[in-house]
Write a protein that binds this ligand. Structure first.
Ligand SMILES: [Zn+2]
Length: 259
């Protein structure tokens, strides 16, 4: 018995199926990640095709049947096509990295409205073509880690309990196991197995403490981009059996391109 369900969702991945159909992987706000098939999507008039492009936020009406892996899409209407982020390669690339992260880390039917809202907030910010798109990926990752149970503890030093207050004049120490940071000179730091440069830590804290829409003016030296991205990737693969490295980001060459 199939139930008709209505839910809002963001398309993560879209592929052709046969002559006229399309299969999409969608992150639904209330019902998590699922696959749907739109029969005849590519022959229909009225923008069904555009609705099923990656990053489109839509309202979906579909027949849900627990026994099948791919649900049948009945109707779809676009709420936000996120046209803006499609105009620039760096922004499109970061949006692809966001979708790749969701594909990689979220289980089917695992409901996480807070992750969904974080994704939509980052996509919306990317639409406005901010000078640095990567902080919107980092902001999303911080929320993703928290929702999946391994939040970074950026507020206080895990050694002495003092509030972490950059700027520091040396690297901040880190522990992968529980995502804790230690002041550079803390005498109570123990079992640390990583560190972040003072600038990278200050950037991360700045991003963590502000809502997504407020981080568009964050500035940091270009050479810290790779440091922060690699740190977050390594932390992710420490806690989940996934490769932290995001293939989507390979389209950007950080060394010589302004991202
Ligand atoms: Zn301390």
């Amino acid at each position: 018995m199939a139930h008709l369900i209505r839910d809002e969702g963001i398309v993560l991945h879209s592929l052709r199926h046969g002559e006229t159909s399309r299969i999409v992987r969608v992150l639904l706000r209330e019902r998590g990640k699922i696959s749907m098939i739109s029969k005849g999507a590519r022959s229909k008039k009225g923008g069904v095709g555009a609705a099923l492009e990656p990053f489109s936020r839509c309202e979906f009406l579909y027949y849900d049947k627990a026994s099948r892996d791919v649900q049948l899409l009945k109707e779809v209407s676009i709420l936000n096509a996120h046209e803006g982020l499609r105009k620039n390669l760096p922004h499109l690339t970061v949006a692809s990295a966001l979708a790749e992260l969701c594909q990689m880390t979220l289980k089917e039917h695992d409901s996480h409205p807070e992750i969904y809202d974080g994704l939509e907030a980052s996509l919306t910010s990317l639409d406005a073509a901010p000078k640095n798109p990567l902080p919107f990926l980092w902001k999303f990752e911080l929320g993703l880690f928290a929702a999946l149970g391994f939040a970074l503890s950026l507020e206080t030093c895990a050694g002495c309990g003092k509030k972490l207050k950059p700027p520091y004049d040396g690297p901040v120490k880190f522990r992968y196991e529980d995502g804790c940071f230690f002041e550079p000179k803390c005498t109570s730091a123990s079992n640390t197995d990583g560190s972040l440069s003072a600038v990278a830590f200050a950037t991360l804290l700045y991003i963590a403490q502000r809502p997504t829409a407020a981080i568009r003016n964050v500035t940091f030296p270009a050479k810290r981009r790779g440091e922060l991205q690699n740190f977050l990737s390594k932390y992710l693969s420490y806690h989940l059996p996934v490769r932290g490295h995001l293939k989507s980001l390979e389209a950007l060459r950080w060394s010589d391109k302004e991202v």
